[in-house]
Design a protein around this ligand. Structure first.
Ligand code: PHB
Length: 360
């Protein structure tokens, strides 16, 4: 029998009951100090029938923040808060990994300690505006990181991974997508460095590889996933040769034998038109488990699992509005519509558009 979305599977050492993954979704509803609280545990618990939950992107340090209301994974209080979440998901038989995030230049001094400038591979200001506690404000020109500063950032990923283990997660996902720090290093529209971290495909991949080495040495490659978005133009991103660059990255990841590679197969948030890219040949290069994401419905999800393109499929917006997405897919039941006005917080209280979408 061919596999489909409802087949069980194995991502490294993470056994999953089905191939329907909840994609990482920024929801801006953490408590004070970036501490997850009861309502966050309720939200994830409601969605625990996913084969795997990837949490919302979660800053690994105070400098990694770029939006209001984000949780963190670098203080004892945050670890205790996340423990509420992992306990709730595990009690329902679910699996959950945390997405480790550094936003790089997609931030604003008002969101950072002592109002310092955001950091990035190069001092290139992204077009657009930051979402801050004081409303939308133009992005600033970030400060280019000195090569001597990079080991401390790698250490922050390792420390966050230790925190994730303490908090009871089944694994971690390294966020190297969507125009945030690691992706800023990968793509030459944001990386104009002339040292060992810029220029060649190998040099631009170096920070990601160092982060993978550090994270996997803490938790194991069998519990580590990586997310890439080769052609997503969101956050003012571009690359002169995306196919060559990301084919190189896929090959460079193979030796790690990661739990999975998670791929955003296009552009998000109407960030512009994505460059052409052959995801089928990119996927051929990658030898491990492949998680496909972006715009999939049930039929297309089953198709890419049956034809071998993907081992599992991550659904984002459908999981916002349908806590029981797995049951709805199984029964061919209609889906609730998601309300974009409450994606990133709500003026009508934290539950609105968060934990109040009905199950069947
Ligand atoms: C967002 O907040 O819009 C956002 C966050 C993380 C992503 C993509 C988008 O990877």
């Amino acid at each position: 029998m061919t596999d489909d979305l409802f087949s069980s599977g194995q991502l490294g050492s993470i056994a999953i009951d089905n191939r329907i993954v909840m994609a990482p979704l920024t929801r801006n509803r953490a408590g004070e100090g970036g501490v997850p609280h009861a309502v966050n545990a309720c939200y994830y618990e409601q969605r625990a029938s996913a084969g795997l939950i990837v949490t919302e992107a979660t800053p690994i340090s105070a400098m990694a923040h770029g939006y209001p209301g984000l949780p963190g994974i670098y203080t004892d209080a945050q670890v205790a808060g996340w423990q509420l979440v992992t306990d709730a998901v595990h009690a329902k038989g679910g699996k959950i990994v945390i997405q480790l995030w550094h936003v790089g230049r997609i931030s604003h001094p008002s969101l950072l300690p002592n109002n310092v400038l955001p950091v990035a591979p190069s001092a290139i200001k992204p077009a657009g505006q930051a979402f801050t506690y004081e409303g939308m404000q133009d992005y600033v020109t970030p400060r280019a990181l000195q090569v001597e500063e990079l080991p401390a950032i790698v250490d922050d990923y390792a420390y966050a991974t230790k925190c994730a283990i303490q908090a009871g997660f089944d694994g971690v996902e390294i966020h190297a997508a969507n125009g945030y720090l690691l992706d800023q290093f990968l793509r030459d529209g944001s990386n104009q460095r002339t040292d060992d971290y810029g220029g060649s495909y190998e040099n631009r991949s170096r920070l990601l590889i160092e982060v993978i080495e550090a994270v996997t040495s803490v938790i194991g490659a069998d519990k580590t996933g990586v997310r890439l978005s080769p052609v997503n133009p969101f956050n003012d991103m571009k690359d002169s040769q995306p196919q060559e660059m990301f084919d190189y990255v896929a090959s460079a990841l193979n030796p790690f034998d990661l739990a999975y590679l998670h791929v955003v197969e296009g552009g998000i948030h109407g960030g512009g038109k994505a460059d052409p890219f052959d995801f089928a040949s990119f996927r051929q290069r990658y030898k491990g488990q492949y998680m496909a994401n972006l715009g999939y419905d049930k039929a297309r999800g089953n198709t890419v699992i049956a034809n071998g393109h993907a081992d599992c499929v991550a659904y984002g917006v459908p999981f916002i509005a349908n806590p029981d997405l797995v049951a709805r897919f199984a029964q061919n039941a209609p889906l609730n519509e998601a309300d974009p006005n409450t994606f990133y917080g709500s003026a009508e209280g934290v539950e609105k558009g968060y934990t109040d979408y009905p199950a069947l």
